[in-house]
Design a protein around this ligand. Structure first.
Ligand code: ZN
Length: 238
């Protein structure tokens, strides 16, 4: 009986200790347990403002809107996993100065300012989001591009493409290396560009407009990034 009493007192004391000492640490414990804590990720929603980017033949699916919507979903996923997220834009604007009037000059200034904004924040990764368009309506499917400067760019691009295939199930495209995209080539960090689909394909243009599809695409990109930061070994570098 006495033993039992001692047991209860010990149990009670243990509970007091747990509540006293665990609670203040809980928030930091939670922060440490998030998979992307301490990671800085830059997201670049392509185009914006006067620069609409590619447009569907019906005129109602505009690249700058699709890229921003997917980027905002991606931002939320990454923040929920503890990442610190830098956005090159969060509204319908480009990054050119108001004085830049000619479209060509605006474009050049816009892209230089995106590079500067990304480099000033020294992120661990840049993900630029764009929508593809070609004259023929028959091509579809999202594809990830990477700059060869950093090995990590190829790895994360492989994992993102793998997740796009798995989550969306509508493409067998493979990641592609490129030196021709100014932004991902000029930044001082691993960088990928995701062409989230072809607005020139009628069916895909419709999908790109749907919130459900935009969220699924953001989720696929997010899952690829998570796999990269979980330390997964990439079986083959594309
Ligand atoms: Zn674009």
């Amino acid at each position: 009986m006495i033993r039992k009493g001692v047991g209860w007192i010990l149990a009670f004391a243990l509970l007091v200790v747990l509540f006293t000492y665990e609670s203040p640490d809980r928030s930091s414990w939670m922060a440490w347990s998030l998979p992307l804590t301490g990671t800085v990720i830059a997201i670049d929603p392509g185009h914006g403002g006067k620069d609409g980017g590619a447009i569907s033949s019906t005129g109602d699916v505009v690249e700058k809107e699709v890229t921003l919507a997917i980027s905002m979903y991606l931002r939320d996923f990454l923040q929920q996993s503890g990442a610190f997220v830098i956005m090159t834009r969060e509204e319908d604007k480009d990054l050119a100065s108001p004085e830049a009037d000619l479209a060509k000059r605006r474009k050049a200034e816009d892209i230089r300012n995106r590079v500067k904004l990304v480099n000033d924040s020294s992120p661990d990764l840049l993900v630029s989001i764009h929508v593809n368009s070609i004259p023929s309506p028959k091509w579809s499917g999202a594809q990830t591009f990477y700059s060869p400067t950093f090995k990590k760019s190829a790895e994360v691009s492989y994992l993102i493409q793998d997740e796009i295939k798995r989550v969306l199930g509508n493409t067998d495209r493979v990641p592609s290396k490129t030196n021709n995209v100014f932004l991902i080539r000029e930044v001082n960090c691993p960088a990928v560009l995701v062409e989230v689909g072809f607005v020139s394909n009628t069916e895909e243009a419709k999908r790109l407009q749907s919130q459900e599809y935009q969220k699924a695409m953001a989720n696929a990109i997010y899952q690829g990034i998570l796999r990269q930061y979980s330390g997964e070994k990439v079986p083959m570098t594309p």
